[in-house]
Write a protein that binds this ligand. Structure first.
Ligand SMILES: C[S@@+](CC[C@H](N)C(=O)[O-])C[C@H]1O[C@@H](n2cnc3c(N)ncnc32)[C@H](O)[C@@H]1O
Length: 600
């Protein structure tokens, strides 16, 4: 009986008999591991003893990483601690086990069992086994450290990069968030352009690589720095008709949907990365443009701030994101709650077969990924920006869901829908309103008594850390015509001042820094009202909202928060969170996520 074996394995692990615990766990795993418990025990064993060579009961060698990759995805919502243990074990196992190959990683990325970024560390380790790639990365890391431009890229480097199939796949799924990698990608891009300019044909593997980089460039909306020579070279290839290489290379620099050159016929019949590029950069934007006018509206307000914010998100919808989420696994809302807020009392509605849920300010739909996985939830999503909504609808439908009820308009007019909701989620929205509490009041109005409001608002302490970089960014962006130019100028100024601008290093490691729309949202927003935990709680109390708990996304910071609370001798609760917030603002990763219940 595997449950019994796992209990025994846990006792062995607690007693320090790690090898025995592993043997027993592997045996139990072979019989199935529906809830992922065995996988977590194995992960804990590997964390304690990464040196152990695993063998099963028959003495056969077992590839621990493959086991971890093969296992059922541990639900991050209902079991975040276990998920963290598992991730750590994956990272450890990747460096201690030499047998992981590009092919295994490609399989894992293709299976979409877990979000691709969870393979990042493994990807890094595996790719560095290629000495040519390792040398290029090493040069780029030095450039990133001393603030210089990207390294030179040779044809041997192009070959080394083209061998990194797992990385190339990753860059079509997720935005890069690493400065050294950004420099490598810009170096590769420049070298490919150089070839296209002189008409030297690109090998098929290089064409595929250009397509992967072009997907990444469209994802980040051409945030990478381009030098004057590149601009001149681009102009020389832009007029060439039916130039396959020219089209592919130009797509790494300019929006393919707006390209002067028509799509070369031979590209439209290609598969792999090239088909993916055409889908993402040409077909998807065209479909979104058609969707924009089809959305029903609840109306907007004409005041200056609302118009300013609406125009901001119409031009640069937030966040830019792509595939790699498996939302087929549904979990009851109650489980999700218990995973994030341990010990929380389960509300009456938590297990109802039809949970009415509103996502207010859904943006481009990334905020819908969790709700889409609440079992039986009927989701309504509202946003002020039509282009964001079109992106959201396209992404959600791409995940196979056609049942989200999208509405355009100002969330202050949400009551005009004539609906009531059990749960309202509103992340990163009301701090961009003229009066955040006016937004909260409108949401409370449509919340059933006892219903939950998950509210995420900029952390005042965290945003204070970013202020010096934001001031430099605003000054640099001032007078630039397009959002892309503004963001490029802002990024260049922050990178140039990295040694002197306080907390520039924090900014440069945030994912948002690496995409045009997201960086504009991070550093150049015209309206924001950050708050402290205390301000959120006292403000919300005026609307009959009782705080139930605070959620920190990063497990490392959750652990630190608990240590901080115990050291300060504070009871669990908001006073402890407020003290931690003041002491460790970086923990809040931009926002305070508080869950409230509507009393009465
Ligand atoms: C920073 S984005 C956050 C998007 C999404 N909630 C997320 O977390 O990914 C802010 C979003 O709020 C929307 N928004 C701002 N004010 C709004 C309002 N008054 N009514 C509806 N949506 C609003 C914007 O259009 C934008 O899409």
């Amino acid at each position: 009986m595997s449950a019994q074996q796992l209990t025994e394995a846990e006792s062995l692990l607690a007693a320090g008999r790690v090898e025995d615990a592993i043997r027993l766990t592997l045996d139990a795993l072979a019989k199935g591991d529906a809830d992922g418990r065995g996988l977590v025990i194995l992960a804990e064993c590997l964390l304690q003893r990464p040196d152990i060579a695993l063998t099963d009961q028959q003495g056969r060698a077992v590839d621990a990483l493959m086991l971890l990759l093969d296992g059922p995805a541990i639900d991050a919502r209902s079991a975040p601690k276990q998920r963290f243990t598992w991730q750590q074990a994956m990272a450890r196992a990747s460096s201690s086990l030499p047998r992981i190959s590009q092919e295994m990683l490609l399989d894992a990325l293709g299976a979409s069992l877990v979000p691709p970024e969870e393979y990042l560390q493994i990807l890094g380790v595996v790719s560095l086994r290629d000495p040519d790639w390792a040398r290029l990365m090493h040069q780029a890391e030095q450039c990133a450290a001393d603030g210089s431009a990207h390294p030179d890229c040779t044809d041997e480097d192009l070959d080394a990069a083209a061998r990194q199939q797992a990385w190339l796949t990753y860059w079509r799924l997720r935005p890069n968030a690493n400065l050294a990698i950004e420099l490598v990608l810009t170096a590769i891009r420049r070298r490919l352009l150089e070839h296209a300019v002189v008409g030297r044909p690109l090998a098929t593997a290089w064409q595929e690589m250009a397509a992967s980089l072009a997907v990444q460039a469209h994802l980040n909306e051409f945030v990478w720095r381009e030098d004057e020579t590149e601009t001149t070279w681009l102009a020389t290839i832009s007029g060439r008709a039916a130039d396959t290489d020219g089209w592919l290379v130009a797509a790494m620099y300019r929006d393919a949907a707006e390209a002067q050159q028509p799509l070369p016929v031979d590209l439209s019949s290609r598969g792999g990365a090239i088909a993916d590029l055409i889908d993402f950069a040409v077909d998807a934007p065209r479909q979104r443009r058609q969707m924009v006018d089809e959305l029903p509206t609840i109306g907007t307000s004409a005041d200056t701030i609302t118009s300013l914010v609406r125009d901001f998100y119409e031009t640069t919808p937030y966040p830019r994101w792509r595939h790699g989420y498996d939302i087929s696994f549904a979990t009851p809302y109650a489980n999700w709650l218990a995973g994030r807020f341990p010990g929380i009392a389960e509300p009456d509605f938590a297990r109802v077969p039809r949970l009415d849920l509103l996502v207010a300010g859904c943006g481009t739909g990334h905020a819908l990924i969790n709700p889409l996985q609440y079992h039986g939830a009927r989701i309504t999503a509202v946003d002020l920006s039509r282009s964001s909504l079109a992106y959201a609808r396209q992404m959600v439908e791409g995940c196979g869901r056609h049942d989200v009820d999208f509405h355009h308009g100002d969330l202050r007019r949400i009551s005009t829908l004539g609906r009531q909701f059990d749960v309202v989620e509103c992340t990163g929205v009301v701090h961009h309103m003229a009066d955040p509490w006016e937004g909260v009041a409108a949401l409370v109005e449509v919340l059933r008594p006892g219903g939950h409001l998950l509210l995420s608002i900029y952390s005042r302490h965290f945003r204070d850390l970013l202020q010096p970089a934001m001031r430099i960014a605003h000054a640099a962006a001032d007078g630039r015509a397009t959002p892309r130019e503004q963001v490029q100028a802002a990024r260049a100024a922050v990178l140039a001042g990295r040694r002197t601008i306080p907390h520039a290093d924090l900014v440069m490691t945030m994912q948002d820094f690496f995409l045009t729309s997201d960086c504009r949202d991070l550093l150049l927003h015209p309206v924001e009202h950050p708050m402290t935990v205390h301000e959120m709680v006292t403000g919300a109390a005026r609307f009959g909202l009782q705080p139930l708990g605070l959620f920190l996304a990063n497990p490392f910071w959750r652990l630190r928060a608990e240590q901080h609370r115990q050291a300060a001798g504070l009871a669990p609760g908001l006073t402890a969170w407020a003290a931690f917030e003041a002491d460790q603002p970086a923990a809040f990763d931009n926002m305070i996520n508080l869950l409230f219940a509507k009393t009465g």
